[in-house]
Design a protein around this ligand. Structure first.
Ligand code: MAN
Length: 505
């Protein structure tokens, strides 16, 4: 960082000044900054921060004069200065001046220990060689990656071109289909309304008849229950009906009757409106219980008898089959609505056909809408300057860490899944590229994942590095429910042969 800052301080015009070759060397100062240390006509030196002017002879005199330490770049006198090791054969660098002559070798050329009595060997050639080998390795990866990136960029651009080219005809086709779709939707609505109207009419007519029949049945039953033919049913008359014996003690008591007859006596109207349905259910229930009981008893008796021969067995089964098939209450037949007449069936068929025609065209327009949306999404998405990231859309990359399988889906949703489990926990969906200015595509942010218990919604930040293959190489969770992924991909490789190597000095 400091080096970068210092590079900035060098005026561009000076770099091309031919006189700089004759500059007087000063210990601890790189060539690019020597112009700041040349003697003035008055043989003085102005501290670089401009705070004061001292005699030129006070430069590197092992006494700190300038506040910024600029007068002692070659000694350890100022705590806040820097000594430059030129490290020929490797890479020049600055060290804090308090390390000058401290009997420890800091510069690979040994130049920092010029007056400590310690002899530091010059190992710059050796380090330089190793660094060059390493740099070449990295450059090789970048070279191969960059080649793949170019292929993926082509793929992405082809995808973009085809999507954008296709979208206009899709829009036109969609617009052509719209009037037909609306017409068929209207036809369907009308046909369904007609169908419903006829069905309702049929049902209403049947309900009127059913209610009439029910009233008649109720009147008949009322007649039977009204033993003294007084036109009223009282509790005593009701007690004669054993099906009201809820507790099965063979006797209908006062309470059992009261449950059905809440007033002293019921006339026909009260019977029809308030008693008939409940009495009918009670009777059906009673008949069903009796039937089951009888069947059980017959089963038991059969088990106790000697096994009957095959013919007897078949005859017995036939008899029971007949009993079981008999409806408990034949009145239930009246509760079944009669089949729709032909007119309603025709309307149903018409509605079915109108639905089919509408569904057909609606499916077509739905497909077109989805394709248009996809193309628009594509056009609105940021797939990198060269569109190369489009090649990874809809792709996912896994990594197993401890009991989890993590999945990174570049423009979709990241997940964490217990290894072997069917579904996973969302670690967020793609929000934005989040790299710093000038390197936007070096990071991605995923947010709004599954809520963490007592914590934030899960999120993931992805660091993107150059690599020969697409690979999720690291997953960590530095804070609860905040995940960090490192993804290597050719898409982050730039041409190493075009890269400007910024050698600071
Ligand atoms: C799960 C996982 C962990 C997370 C905890 C938080 O166990 O999603 O990664 O730290 O929940 O409760």
């Amino acid at each position: 960082m400091l080096l970068k800052l210092l590079v900035f301080l060098v005026p561009a015009a000076f770099a091309s000044d031919p006189t700089q070759r004759q500059l007087k060397p000063v210990k601890g100062v790189p060539h690019s900054r020597l112009h700041l240390y040349q003697p003035s006509t008055t043989d003085t030196f102005r501290c670089i921060d401009g705070s004061q002017t001292i005699l030129y002879s006070q430069l590197n005199d092992d006494y700190c004069d300038c506040q910024d330490g600029s007068d002692e770049p070659g000694t350890s006198a100022c705590g806040n200065a820097f000594f430059y090791c030129s490290n020929v054969g490797h890479k020049g660098n600055f060290i804090p001046t308090n390390r000058v002559n401290d009997k420890l070798c800091d510069c690979c050329d040994g130049s920092d220990e010029y007056d400590s009595g310690v002899t530091c060997p010059n190992i710059c050639d050796e380090l330089g060689r190793a660094a060059r080998v390493e740099r070449e390795k990295v450059a090789n990866v970048a070279r191969k990656g960059f080649q793949k990136r170019q292929e993926m960029a082509k793929e992405g651009q082809t995808l973009r071109d085809s999507k954008l080219k296709d979208v206009e005809p899709l829009r036109q086709e969609r617009a052509t289909l719209e009037p037909e779709r609306s017409r068929l939707e209207q036809d369907k609505k009308s046909a369904e309304e007609a169908e419903k109207k006829l069905q309702d009419e049929h049902r209403n007519q049947w309900e009127v008849i059913r209610n009439e029949k029910k009233k008649l049945r109720a009147a008949e039953w009322f007649e039977q229950l009204d033993l003294d033919k007084s036109g009223k049913i009282d509790r005593e008359e009701l007690r004669q009906n054993l099906f009201l014996d809820d507790d099965n003690d063979g006797f209908v008591n006062e309470d059992e009757v009261k449950a059905y007859l809440t007033i002293d006596e019921a006339d026909l109207e009260h019977f029809q409106s308030s008693m008939y349905d409940r009495l009918k259910s009670a009777k059906n229930r009673h008949l069903e219980e009796a039937r089951i009981k009888e069947e059980d008893e017959r089963e038991r008796a059969r088990a106790l008898e000697n096994a009957p021969d095959d013919d007897d067995l078949l005859a017995e089964e036939d008899r029971h089959e007949g009993e079981a098939a008999e409806p408990i209450n034949s009145e239930d037949e009246d509760d079944k609505m009669p089949e729709y007449p032909q007119e309603v069936k025709d309307a149903q068929e018409k509605a079915r056909e109108a639905r089919r025609l509408f569904d057909e065209v609606n499916e077509k327009t739905g497909d077109l809408d989805a394709k248009i949306r996809e193309a628009e999404d594509f056009a609105n998405s940021d797939y990198g300057e060269d569109y190369s990231w489009a090649a990874l859309k809809d792709k996912c990359f896994d990594r197993n860490v401890q009991q989890y399988t993590y999945q990174f889906c570049p423009f979709g949703q990241n997940t964490q899944k217990d290894t072997g489990a069917y579904s996973g926990t969302s670690l967020g969906s793609f929000k934005n590229w989040s790299g710093p200015e000038g390197n936007k595509y070096s990071k991605m942010h995923f947010g709004d994942g599954q809520q963490c218990w007592n914590g934030p919604k899960r999120s993931t930040d992805i660091t993107i590095e150059c690599g020969e293959e697409n690979e999720l190489v690291e997953v960590t969770e530095p804070a609860k429910c905040e995940y960090l992924f490192t993804f290597r991909t050719p898409l982050a490789c730039s041409d190493p042969d075009k890269e400007v190597v910024h050698d600071e000095f």
